[in-house]
Design a protein around this ligand. Structure first.
Ligand SMILES: Nc1ncnc2c1ncn2[C@@H]1O[C@H](COP(=O)(O)OP(=O)(O)OP(=O)(O)O)[C@@H](O)[C@H]1O
Ligand SMILES: [Mg+2]
Length: 287
């Protein structure tokens, strides 16, 4: 009796998680470019990405032939004005959307060429996502929310629960594991989202304005936690942020402007009060 109610609950958690992923995922149209060569040293290589949205009969070109390499272990910050295409780029890098042209490699794996099933599996195993809105399932506990990526993968509930417990401990929320997510503060919810992003031990973390909906102090705490987790989980991380002091504490900062990725202007450097050698990793071929 007890067992069947537990498995019903787990089934319901999985179904809710899959619905959530489907809502985020947008596949409108894409074309695949053949040719080119791989660079095994890049954790991520986005090669000549184009994204054109067709909206109300009008084409909106967000960027054309945009290329980006992210090195293994790097903490890359992407800044840029609202509407410049940062989230569009993150959705593409995370395999949640398909480019209108171009390819995206994680190591030697071209994710643009993957069909839906293998792509979902790849995302589940290789990429952790954190969004501005933690998007937790409010009626489920913090622990159940963190277990989800493992349950979807078919990991046994007991094993998933113990892995989720460890992650909640790492983000400082062990004591709240049994609390309903909807009862947690915004900062605590974002900690749960971080634990959920990392529970499947991905190699890459993609975070799109992870502190965008938090007050300054809580935001700083989450940023610090992201930095600690980046190191302890040996991640390659890409952060979209409007927080320049956090951005310039990363290994590299790129600004998305007028459809291309560029070294931030002097104004941004002055505003942030730091100097950044944005080309030191690869002589400027990133942009
Ligand atoms: N599904 C869509 N259909 C049509 N246009 C879209 C769609 N999604 C985004 N856009 C357009 O693409 C452009 C880039 O949007 P995007 O959300 O990537 O910007 P952003 O840099 O993340 O902005 P913000 O800092 O406000 O989050 C905008 O002009 C937006 O209106
Ligand atoms: Mg955005």
């Amino acid at each position: 009796m007890q067992r069947s109610s537990t498995s019903r609950r787990i089934g319901s958690v999985k179904a809710s998680f899959q619905r959530e992923e489907t809502q985020i995922s947008r596949r409108l149209f894409y074309s695949r470019d053949e040719g080119g060569s791989l660079d095994p040293e890049s954790a991520i290589w986005a090669d000549s990405l184009t994204r054109i949205y067709r909206s109300g009969g009008v084409d909106v070109t967000v960027f054309k032939n945009l290329s980006l390499r992210v090195c293994s272990g790097e903490r890359l910050a992407i800044i840029g004005e609202s509407g410049s295409g940062k989230s569009t780029l993150m959705h593409l890098l995370g395999g949640l959307d398909k480019p209108s042209g171009g390819r995206i490699f994680f190591g030697n794996q071209d994710i643009v060429g993957l069909s839906d099933g293998p792509l979902a599996d790849f995302r589940n195993r290789q990429i952790g996502f954190v969004w501005q809105n933690p998007s937790l399932l409010a009626e489920f506990s913090a622990l159940e929310n963190v277990m989800m990526p493992l349950l979807v993968r078919g990991v046994r509930p007991g094993e998933a629960a113990s892995a989720a417990g460890l992650l909640l401990d790492e983000v400082g929320l062990k004591a709240r594991a049994g609390h309903r997510a909807g009862e947690l503060s915004g900062g605590e919810q974002q900690r749960v989202a971080l634990a959920r992003a990392l529970v499947a031990r991905p190699k890459v973390l993609l975070a799109d304005e992870p502190t965008g909906s938090l007050d300054f102090r809580t935001g700083e705490t989450i940023m610090n936690l992201l930095t600690v987790l980046h190191t302890s989980h040996k991640l390659t991380s890409v952060f979209v942020t409007h927080n320049l002091s956090f951005a310039f504490s990363c290994d590299r900062v790129l600004e998305l402007k007028k459809g291309s990725l560029q070294t931030p202007s002097e104004t941004e450097l002055q505003t942030a009060g730091v100097l950044q050698d944005a080309t030191r990793l690869d002589g400027g071929t990133y942009v």
